[in-house]
Design a protein around this ligand. Structure first.
Ligand code: MN
Length: 159
């Protein structure tokens, strides 16, 4: 089946794709987390679950392996996140929070965010975004120093 950049085939998905196990579905390709090589991340996979042309949003599933983390970034577009599997922590703005299955995380525009599977389990989460969105920006050295000045964030970034 030919694939588009979003990772879904040219054909529409079946009306029901029953889960094989938590975070695993048939006919959902596992994709590289980031296309660009210079975004620091570790042990993250990406799956596009819904990307229909008539929707203005996409629903993706990201899974961070135990000990891994997403890129620390911010951007103009917002994220709506639902934890689906495992547990870990997230940084949103200047808050570090424990997260587990069913928790909802709202990431407002231009808010620093990162997800870390630092609780001995993988961390899988659903993430809704606009189809048209700006490119994520990573912290400058000055941004990073300002973030690390918050003790909880310094601890989080080393976890
Ligand atoms: Mn993001």
């Amino acid at each position: 089946m030919a694939e588009t950049e979003s990772g879904q085939g040219d054909q529409r998905p079946a009306p029901l794709r029953a889960a094989l196990s938590p975070g695993r579905w048939p006919d959902v390709p596992v994709l590289a987390y980031k296309q660009d090589a210079d975004s620091p991340f570790e042990a993250v996979t990406r799956r596009v679950l819904f990307a229909a042309p008539e929707l203005d949003c996409e629903l993706r599933y990201f899974e961070v392996d135990r000990g891994g983390h997403s890129t620390l970034e911010r951007h103009e577009h917002a994220h709506a996140v639902v934890v689906h599997r495992g547990c870990g922590q997230c940084l949103v703005g200047h808050d570090v929070r424990d997260i587990g299955v069913g928790d909802l995380v709202s990431i407002a525009p231009m808010t620093w965010h990162q997800f870390r599977a630092n609780r001995g389990e993988p961390l899988g989460f659903l993430c809704m975004v606009n189809v048209r969105r700006d490119k994520p920006r990573q912290p400058t050295r000055e941004d990073l120093e300002a973030l690390k000045a918050v003790p909880a964030i310094a601890t989080f970034l080393k976890s």
